[in-house]
Design a protein around this ligand. Structure first.
Ligand SMILES: Nc1ncnc2c1ncn2[C@@H]1O[C@H](COP(=O)(O)OP(=O)(O)OP(=O)(O)O)[C@@H](O)[C@H]1O
Ligand SMILES: [Mg+2]
Length: 328
């Protein structure tokens, strides 16, 4: 069995603007592969083309060109067959019936997949417990909080037992606590059930926490495809904040700027601050050599660590392409 379960090749999609009839390119050229049991983050700024890509993968939007295979099945030639391997939780919980109760929603979607009531009942009970929705099982969906609806939408996706789960913004608009709960649920799904998950999110903590690899898109094309840990390493410039018990002389400031053009110096009455990013950690000695010239006391040195949010910002703002080799 091949490793790859989702293969997306050279996808393109334009939408016609309603008024002007001009075309707007939502997805320009997107290719990536997802391996079995992998959880990948599909990231990018607003309007980058993430939702359009997710919708094309689950067969809700037809690409203008390009191919998508799910488990080796072409999702345009054999749409229904490919669809059997996928469950999707889209933005705005559109995969729920608002006038049905929590339990009825689960029963309805199970029935849709041709599962018998007998087989499905224990699974539903298990999911209600796992997702902490048991005391809401007879509540109508439109009376649930957004976070509960989101959990139910994920439970519905789980019930189908598909190998591939697509999640578009699963923590959008829910409170911090429910966000953590959803994150834990997703983590348990990944570790215990070995599902393949493609997740989009603007919450980089969620991505750093859950994903092994990210595909970052901007303006409808892939700009980065690499493991989260590789990207963190790649951008791990050593940023230091040095507190000084005095002021730099003009000569010292000049010398430092020559060596560290991005250096930020914030003089203050009692304590001045130097902010500096070092590409090589040995460069810290150059900094100290200059400070030693006037014997300025160093009060504290703090090493700042980079998080995935900052990495993401640098990649998107930098506009360059990083590690496009799919070295997963
Ligand atoms: N049905 C549609 N009709 C016209 N234009 C659309 C349609 N859907 C998306 N677009 C446009 O396509 C582009 C990509 O949209 P898409 O929703 O895929 O972005 P996204 O990456 O999901 O953004 P966000 O982070 O805001 O959710 C945007 O410019 C958007 O306005
Ligand atoms: Mg979107």
């Amino acid at each position: 069995m091949s490793q790859a379960i989702v293969e997306v090749r050279n996808l393109k999609k334009s939408y016609k603007k309603r008024k002007t009839k001009e075309y707007i390119t939502a997805v320009d050229d997107i290719s990536f592969t997802v391996n079995r049991g992998e959880i990948i983050g599909l990231l990018g700024p607003n309007g980058a083309g993430k939702t359009t890509t997710i919708k094309m993968i689950c067969g809700l939007v037809v690409p203008d060109s390009g191919t998508i295979t799910i488990n080796g099945i072409d999702n345009q030639k054999k749409r229904l067959q490919a669809r059997e391997h996928i469950s999707a939780v889209l933005e705005g919980n559109r995969n729920l019936y608002w006038r049905l109760t929590v339990r009825e929603n689960l029963e309805y979607f199970a029935g849709n997949r041709g599962m018998s009531r007998k087989v499905v009942a224990p699974k539903i009970n298990e999911l209600l417990k796992q997702f902490q929705l048991k005391d809401k099982e007879n509540e109508l969906v439109n009376r649930l909080s957004r976070g509960m609806q989101q959990k139910l939408a994920i439970a519905v996706a789980m019930l189908a037992g598909s190998e591939v789960i697509l999640l578009d913004e699963p923590t959008l608009g829910i409170d911090v606590e429910t966000g953590y709960e959803v994150r834990e649920l997703l983590r348990s799904i990944v570790t215990e059930q070995k599902k393949t998950i493609i997740i989009t999110s603007h919450d980089m903590d969620v991505i750093q926490d859950l994903c092994e690899r990210t595909v970052i898109i901007n303006d409808g094309t892939v700009i980065t495809n690499d493991r989260v840990e590789n990207l963190l390493k790649l951008f791990d410039v050593r940023a230091y904040s040095v507190k000084l018990g005095g002021h730099l002389s003009e000569e010292q400031h000049e010398l430092l700027l020559q060596k560290f053009p991005d250096l930020v110096y914030i003089p203050d009455t009692f304590q001045s601050t130097l902010e500096v990013e070092l590409i090589q950690s040995e460069a810290i000695y150059d900094l100290f050599d200059v400070l030693k010239l006037e014997q300025i006391p160093v009060d504290t040195i703090d090493r700042k660590t980079i998080n995935f949010e900052q990495v993401f910002m640098k990649i998107v703002k930098g506009g360059e392409k990083y590690a496009l080799s799919e070295r997963a």
